[in-house]
Design a protein around this ligand. Structure first.
Ligand SMILES: Nc1ncnc2c1ncn2[C@@H]1O[C@H](COP(=O)(O)OP(=O)(O)OP(=O)(O)O)[C@@H](O)[C@H]1O
Length: 234
């Protein structure tokens, strides 16, 4: 479903350059939940952000489904991105918009008619268990509720892939467990392929089928999550 072929990314810094990801090839089958772990600075977020081309690789190819994203025009890429949702550690909600409006925004950009948007907002909020918070502003929500809204927003356009960058790192253990359940439910209900970057080995053990371990911009190995027994936090 998601394939990266020999992707590399170098950041140019005021003093020289930094090779954040080097020659990475990775294939993630459709409908699976895949973890990416590794020490801080290993290149995990950069790799994840290359899947939807938030970071464009300097070299290599990115495929989502049958489509090579790295070969698309700007307009085609905007369209292709609708099938790739993303959530973040800090939720990235728009603070001066209500929960409903946050969820509506991506659909408005996609030109979804209002009636359909309203039905979809209701459906997505119900899915994450927040149907009573539609008219609330994000500042009035707990961290776990904010992440649920972010998941609802990511689901609004019916994605095939969901990218999660440290989705539970700002949450306590119980809320982490709840959010992981929501993500598992997304995977099982809609068949969405999920990639999760995390520091937390328990996240991997709880919901990932396979996990890729990164070090200094490269993949050390990819293993089944249950082969990680005995390893601590990355
Ligand atoms: N926009 C950027 N400009 C310059 N350097 C960057 C940029 N983004 C990341 N880097 C550098 O690239 C390297 C890889 O960063 P990345 O965020 O991908 O690592 P990570 O494994 O996700 O780390 P963490 O777990 O701390 O988030 C780091 O050395 C980082 O400082």
């Amino acid at each position: 479903m998601v394939s990266l072929e020999y992707v590399s990314k170098t950041y140019r810094l005021p003093k020289g350059q930094l090779e954040a990801v080097r020659d990475v090839t990775l294939h993630i089958p459709k409908g699976t939940i895949h973890g990416i772990i590794g020490a801080s600075g290993a290149g995990k977020s950069t790799l994840l952000r290359m899947v939807n081309l938030l970071e464009r690789p300097d070299r290599g190819k990115v495929f989502v489904g049958e489509q090579e994203l790295t070969a698309l025009s700007a307009r085609q890429l905007r369209e292709a991105r609708r099938s790739i949702g993303m959530i973040f550690q800090q939720y990235n909600l728009v603070l001066n918009r209500t929960v409903s409006r946050n969820i509506s925004m991506a659909m408005e950009l996609a030109g979804v008619p209002k009636r359909e948007r309203l039905a979809r907002i209701e459906e997505c909020l119900k899915f994450v268990g927040l149907e009573d918070k539609a008219e609330q502003y994000p500042s009035r929500l707990s961290g776990g509720q904010k992440q649920r809204v972010a998941i609802a927003r990511a689901l609004a356009n019916g994605p095939k892939v969901l990218l999660c960058d440290e989705p539970t790192s700002a949450l306590d253990p119980q809320t982490t467990a709840d959010i992981l359940e929501v993500l598992r439910h997304v995977n099982q209900t809609y068949g969405v392929t999920i990639l999760i970057v995390t520091h937390d080995m328990n996240v991997v053990k709880k919901i990932c089928r396979r996990v890729t371990i990164m070090e200094q911009g490269q993949i050390v190995r990819t293993v089944a999550a249950d082969e990680l027994e005995g390893m601590g936090d990355a």
